[in-house]
Design a binder for this molecule. Structure first.
Ligand SMILES: [Zn+2]
Length: 154
C-alpha cells in the first residue's frame, strides 16, 4: 500500500514463540488461545493466506487487520478487510494497523506486523486543510471489540 510506513515486523517474536513451544517450555494451550472475537474477525474480515498453520498444519492461516487511531473514533480497534485499508488510507491522515495471523483449526494466533497508513504518508503530503474525512460509514456490523490487540502478544 502506497502510504504504508513505520512497519514493525514481529516474525522474530513469532519464531521465538514457536521455539518455546517446540522446546516444551510453553504448552499448546498457551499459544493457541484465539478468542471468539478474534476468530469471528478472521471469519468475516480476514484475509486468507496460502500459509499453513505452524502448529496443526491442517488449516491455512488467516490475517486479520485491526485499525487504531483517533480519527477512527468509534471504529478504532475494529477489524477491517485488507481491501478496505487503501480506501481508509486515502480518507484519513494517519491510523495504525495491526496484523494478526489466526488459525481457525487450532486457535493459534500471533501478532505478525504493525504499520501506519493514511494520507500523511503521501510523498509531499498535501496540506489542503480539508476535513479528515467522513468516517461515518465505518461502523462495523459485528461485535469485534477494541481490546483484542493484546491477545496476539500474550
Ligand atoms: Zn492451526
Amino acid at each position: 500500500m502506497r502510504t504504508q510506513r513505520q512497519v514493525v515486523d514481529y516474525s522474530l517474536q513469532k519464531r521465538a514463540a514457536l521455539r518455546e513451544l517446540l522446546a516444551g517450555r510453553v504448552g499448546t494451550y498457551d499459544v493457541c488461545d484465539a478468542s471468539p472475537y478474534l476468530k469471528n474477525a478472521a471469519r468475516f474480515h480476514g484475509e486468507p493466506t496460502e500459509q499453513r498453520c505452524p502448529i496443526c498444519r491442517s488449516e491455512n492461516l488467516i490475517h486479520v487487520h485491526y485499525i487504531y487511531g483517533d480519527e477512527l473514533k468509534q471504529s478504532a480497534g475494529q477489524a477491517r478487510t485488507r481491501a478496505e485499508l487503501p480506501v481508509l488510507a486515502m480518507t484519513l491522515r494517519e491510523f495504525q494497523v495491526f496484523v494478526v495471523e489466526v488459525c481457525l483449526g487450532c486457535d493459534w494466533n500471533h501478532l505478525i506486523e504493525q504499520f501506519l497508513l493514511g494520507r500523511d504518508g503521501l510523498a509531499g503530503g498535501t496540506e489542503d486543510g480539508s476535513e479528515p474525512g467522513a468516517v461515518s460509514g465505518l461502523s462495523a456490523p459485528n461485535g469485534s471489540t477494541p481490546r483484542r490487540r493484546r491477545e496476539a502478544q500474550r
